[in-house]
Ligand binder design. Structure first.
Ligand code: GYE
Length: 329
């Protein structure tokens, strides 16, 4: 099967090289559904629909493609890497102009990225990184600094407990195992709180970035540990699920258990403004406009930076109240 793919790809690569040349003028390449005139076709493989963040991200990409006049082939991987690999291979076979995707996990991408490269189809990583050593396998990576987000969460905690010496028992709800935001948000947070031994992460488990799992895992935490002081959830959705579990256990979220989350989607910001969450580190899902812009530049053969960082802030209760009315997602 593999061999068949390679044969098809090789043929694709030759056609692309022969017809397109390096000037980016693809006027003659009518063989694929992708190339043709100036119109760009983008194949986009999305992680899934696990969170409010993801829904907003999908909307941003779809709307921006439409307004940029880019034809979007959108594929939802339902949280599975194998589905993303299939989608990417199908985009290669369809000979789209550019492939963009948000990798569900960090590792295991080299083979398929090499296939895209061999077919001369540029790849743009959005939202999440891959751990491939060969950075020539993709053109750029646009998204947040997740380590920094974890650090911001830790810094808030350090400030909040300044001058207090009692142990602080923390439980952590991690994102999808192996995903860049899960790995990095954990690492950044740990890096900051390790300076003070009073901070103890007494339990840390995945809640898969979903409300349902966040709730379930928090229920289990509450049963095992009667003295939780802080919950650090790698996204709002898991935090919101955990709030339900905390309330059901007769405790007050935001008071009996302080809560820090990441994302700042509307539902999270609402809970923050009500005092059920104490602090949110923003992670913007509105990557669509920049992605389309980069795709156009790549297609035109322009140089683009190999890392495009998203600008983000943090919110406490008052800031959430002020920001909510104009919050777009
Ligand atoms: O924080 C989470 C989503 O990759 C930054 O994925 C994204 C994360 C986001 O499921 O809510």
């Amino acid at each position: 099967m593999r061999r068949k793919w390679f044969a098809a790809l090789l043929a694709g690569a030759l056609v692309t090289a022969g017809v397109t040349g390096c000037g980016g003028d693809d006027a003659g390449s009518g063989s694929g559904s992708g190339s043709g005139g100036d119109k760009i076709t983008m194949g986009f493989s999305q992680v899934g629909a696990e969170s409010g963040w993801r829904t907003a991200n999908t909307k941003s990409i779809q709307e921006s493609a439409a307004s940029a006049g880019i034809t979007l082939k959108f594929s939802d991987a339902q949280g599975k890497q194998e589905n993303q690999i299939k989608a990417i291979r199908s985009f290669i076979a369809q000979r789209v102009d550019v492939i963009a995707f948000s990798p569900v996990v960090e590792s295991g991408w080299d083979t398929v990225l090499k296939e895209a490269k061999d077919a001369n189809i540029p790849v743009i990583l959005t939202d999440r990184a891959v751990d491939s050593q060969d950075t020539s396998l993709y053109k750029t990576f646009i998204g947040s600094d997740f380590v920094l987000e974890g650090k911001k969460a830790g810094e808030w905690l350090v400030k909040e407990y300044q001058g207090k010496n009692d142990p602080v028992n923390i439980v952590e709800l991690q994102g999808t195992p192996g995903a860049a935001p899960a790995n990095d948000r954990k690492a950044g947070f740990a890096d900051v709180i390790k300076a003070d031994p009073k901070f103890k992460v007494i339990a840390s488990q995945t809640g898969q970035f979903t409300r349902t799992d966040g709730k379930e895992v928090m229920e289990a935490f509450l049963k095992t540990y009667p003295d939780i002081d802080v919950l650090y959830a790698h996204n709002d959705d898991m935090g919101l699920g955990a709030i339900e579990a905390i309330e059901a256990a007769g405790k007050k979220p935001g008071k009996d258990i302080k809560i820090i989350t990441v994302d700042a989607v509307k539902d999270g910001m609402t809970a923050l403004s009500q005092g059920k969450i104490n602090y949110i580190v923003e992670c913007s899902p509105l990557l669509g406009p920049q992605l389309m812009d980069l795709a156009k530049k790549v297609k035109a053969g322009e140089q683009i930076p190999n890392r495009v960082l998203t600008e983000e802030t943090t919110f406490d209760q008052e800031q959430a109240k002020a920001a909510l009315p104009s919050r777009k997602y």
